[in-house]
Write a protein that binds this ligand. Sequence first.
Ligand code: AVJ
Ligand code: FE
Length: 446
Amino acid sequence: MDTALSLDREALVNGYLRNRERADRIFDSVRPEAYESRPIPLRNPICFYEGHLPAFAVNTIVKRGLGRPGVDEKLETLFERGIDPEDEKSRPKGASAWPSRIEIRSFGAAADRLVLDALANADIADESNPVLAGGLAVHTVLEHDSMHHETLAYIFHRLPYDQKIRPSGLASPRIGGEPPPRRSVRIPAGRATLGAAPGEIPFGWDNEFPRISADVPAFDIDVDSVTNRDFREFLEAGGYDDESLWDDEGWAWRAEHGVRHPLFWELHRGTWMWRGMWDLIPLPMAWPAWVSHAEASAFARWKGRRLPTEAEFHRAAYGTPEGIEREQPWGDAPPDATRGHFDFAAADPVPVGSYPRGTSAWGVRDLVGNGWEWTSTPFAPFPGFAPMPSYPEYSADFFDGKHYVMKGASPMTAKELVRRSFRNWFRPTYPYVYAKFRTVRGGPLA
Ligand code: AVJ
Ligand code: FE
């Protein structure tokens, strides 16, 4: 057809190939003996994901979208969807025996051939088909891949070091010195826009629509994310043993799993260490504390503060004293490596405040990058929500009041996901994700 369309196809093919190569690199960092291991008990074993990415692409574009046959019905069902059980006892059974890596990879290669053929030749933006219209299925697959690259990173983070193959040429971590003093800034009352209007962005997940507006009363918010230094004070003050700081679910989780410190911390002969992706290092005090929502909430309560709501996050990140709202904390320029620690910059954090070019109009730092930011808002649909035809279960299955919204980005978040309307979510007692937090206080400054 016309040149515009063929250029488009080329970009989609390149995007797909780039994603598949990134996935290959990630899977190649696992030693063969760990391939069927399950580093996180609440998720599937590693091998599942190597089948899941191509299965999702075939299921979404080729079968659901184009109505064509896939590669292998049995494998496409086995690898259809991940899991998110409440606890280990309620974990679905899954396969009793997984296919070998060779079988999984040859399934992946066959799936890629079908998908690439569709991207090159089929009517993948058929406006009469809601699954395909506007390239919906293709964008769904591309962003699903990117999202899983982060998922894989935080899962592999938990593998013992001797089960991973360290990439050559790793940059050494930026440790930093003492963190900056804790400060907060006042955000006056104003409006925040959440979500996006249909057609406003080239692609968004269903939970990003429609666009809504929220009135946000004045509050003050931490300029920097809570650091390991800050969090150590909480720990040393007995925060993990003070039931009054925790809600019931968090307290029960702490008791059942013996949680006494952040998952990324380890005590070795009396010294706190950071369990990095590739190395165990002395705990960098200026790095953000990556913790669960339950731990973040307890810390905030200890300070006499609380986590920001999703609307407060938007106000702090995208609002301005002039009243206009911007696409990114730093303005309307697209995300790049000078604005924040994201887009696979590393698997571990950098000192808070390392990206002055990413600062918001109010002077709030690191809102996007260096770890997702927990909010106090339960993940729920915006009024007018409709499940997306290309993946109707994507969000709808998680509107259960048991997940909380995270905003921003982590070092392993692809830059195409760095957009204002993007919403992430996890259970409050799921400690594995690359998530930090900051605290707020409503009402007049004391
Ligand atoms: C949006 C990151 C919570 O990891 O469960 C991947 C993304 N959904 N495949 C998840 C997702 C289906 C999802 N999160
Ligand atoms: Fe998935």
